[in-house]
Design a binder for this molecule. Sequence first.
Ligand SMILES: C[S@@+](CC[C@H](N)C(=O)[O-])C[C@H]1O[C@@H](n2cnc3c(N)ncnc32)[C@H](O)[C@@H]1O
Ligand SMILES: [Zn+2]
Length: 281
Amino acid sequence: MGFCCPVCNEALTFDGKSFVCPNRHCYDRSKSGYVNLLLSQSKKGARHGDDKRMVSARRAFLEKDFYLPFAEAAAKLAAFYFPQNGVFLDCGCGEGYYTQKVAVALAKSGKNGEILGIDISKDALNAAGKRGSFDALAVASAYRLPLSDESCDMVMTLFAPVCEEELFRVLKPEGLFLLGVPLRRHLFSLKAAVYAHPYENEEALPAFSRLHLIQKKEIKSRIVLEDPTNIQNLFLMTPYYYKTGREDQQKLQALTFLETEAEFGLFLYQKPKDFLESSLL
Ligand SMILES: C[S@@+](CC[C@H](N)C(=O)[O-])C[C@H]1O[C@@H](n2cnc3c(N)ncnc32)[C@H](O)[C@@H]1O
Ligand SMILES: [Zn+2]
């Protein structure tokens, strides 16, 4: 298995230096181990996805296991349903904290398989490559996955963009999709400490038409941050940082203690065995 060529969709093989397809399209492997399969390269200097600062903040924060109850719940669910020798894709894997938890849970339950990761951010994949939990990593978009049809047993997306059409295409019949989202009150006290009028998150689940919801779970805890670096990192890894004015950022920088909600939803969907497009009926 592994990735396929984004130009002709044929399988890619690694020749020791680059990934090549039978039609001789060729993609170099980076030092940290990912391959760039994103066709729409942006203008020089323009960025895709999380930047270095967000990636290091996320890694530093997650490594302290503040979100461990959620990570363990996701890993446990993934390991329980993952078939022996299956193919697992972390879509929007970031720097790979959660993927590593899944890899450990799979190993503990005696399951082997291929673990793939894609993300649109090179900085995220540079960091993910250092974890050693992935069999292959590619820079790619969730809206155009470099994977052949019906090639994945399980896809996981945590706090990253979702495209049902692509998920449906790459999942095997009866394949599973594990989605993680923040719930309404997630980090509300963090927002209340910074903004005059904090809003709750919108709980907008994707409106899937072809994937069926088979299980859902809420994981709620409170985290206590007593080190300003942890508070800064938490803020930096969220989209709020870039939307926050100077004055509110200063308020945040002055915080030395924060107790806040960590509230997540886990949703497990399945691709039905036989699916007939209603337009074909
Ligand atoms: C909030 S982070 C979550 C990362 C990881 N799943 C985690 O929970 O630690 C969102 C990730 O989605 C990536 N991303 C954004 N747009 C994307 C797209 N169109 N395709 C793939 N990844 C994307 C970002 O680069 C970032 O790494
Ligand atoms: Zn090709």
